[in-house]
Design a protein around this ligand. Structure first.
Ligand code: KIV
Length: 267
């Protein structure tokens, strides 16, 4: 791993060189320092913070203030990785003016390098305006959790020929609008492969197969920390929740048994 700060150019060069791009979600300073030291290329302060840390049922209630708060903690720790802030529901859909103002806050107040927006053709003018203003944009197609109420769930997207054709066209238009990368979530691997080979900008997959230029997972899922549910596409690399509960139980028992603090931990 080299210690050079990851930039948008780095990501484009990685796509050209066929080197895979790594991204994980991150919502706080401590996790950000661990991720940064581990060589991650990008950290996404996702609005999944709503489900994972804030206890909401979905990402709809997440506010600008909550996102900015979490982004600030992450960028304080990120020395190498490029940090992307997720624009929350209703922070960019109402008008281009509001979108620019809110996206600008992510850069000015929270020091992120880019923002992510969910959606296809319907938000092209917003993507264009942000990019012209100097705000790098990452697109997000496929399963777009902010539209859960329209789709009525979190199922696979792009399964029919109409849907997959529209997604391919949307991806090309998002590239033309100036986005520097696109997240592809929960779509068939063959469609992700087709989109990836049709674009000059990198695709970052989550539940989109191995052919994407990079991969992203929700960190708390891959650590086995978030136990509520684990999507099929998320691999558990550890069982941290079980380990943590074991530690907490040991502490509780040792305090009850007057085993802690021992002399070693006393003055
Ligand atoms: O909010 C989030 O964590 C995301 C990823 C799942 C891509 O959008």
């Amino acid at each position: 791993m080299d210690n050079q700060k990851v930039t948008i150019k780095t990501l484009l060069d990685m796509k050209t060189a066929g080197e895979k791009i790594t991204m994980l979600t991150c919502y706080d300073y401590l996790m950000a320092s661990l991720l940064d030291q581990s060589g991650i290329d990008m950290m996404l302060v996702g609005d999944s913070v709503g489900n994972v840390l804030l206890g909401y049922d979905n990402t709809i209630p997440v506010t600008m203030e909550e996102m900015l708060h979490h982004c600030k903690t992450v960028t304080r720790a990120a020395k190498r990785a490029l940090v992307v802030g997720d624009m929350p529901f209703m922070s960019y859909q109402v008008s281009r003016e509001e979108a620019v103002k809110n996206a600008g806050r992510f850069l000015k107040e929270a020091n992120v390098s880019a923002v992510k927006l969910e959606g296809g053709e319907e938000i092209l003018d917003i993507i264009e305006k942000l990019v012209i203003t100097g705000i790098p944009v990452m697109g997000h197609l496929g399963l777009t959790p902010q539209s859960v109420n329209v789709f009525g769930g979190y199922g696979l997207r792009g399964g029919s020929s109409e849907e997959s054709e529209k997604m391919l066209n949307d991806a090309k238009k998002i590239e033309e609008a100036g986005a520097f990368a696109i997240v592809l979530e929960k779509i068939p691997a063959v469609l992700a492969k087709q989109i990836t080979s049709s674009l000059k900008i990198p695709t970052i997959g989550i539940g989109a197969g191995v052919s994407c230029d990079g991969q992203v997972l929700v960190t708390h899922d891959m650590l086995g920390l978030f136990e509520k549910f684990t999507p099929k596409f998320s691999k558990r690399y550890a069982e941290m929740a079980k380990e943590m509960k074991e530690c907490f139980r040991n502490y509780v028992q040792e305090v009850k048994d007057k085993k802690f603090p021992s002399e070693e931990h006393s003055y």
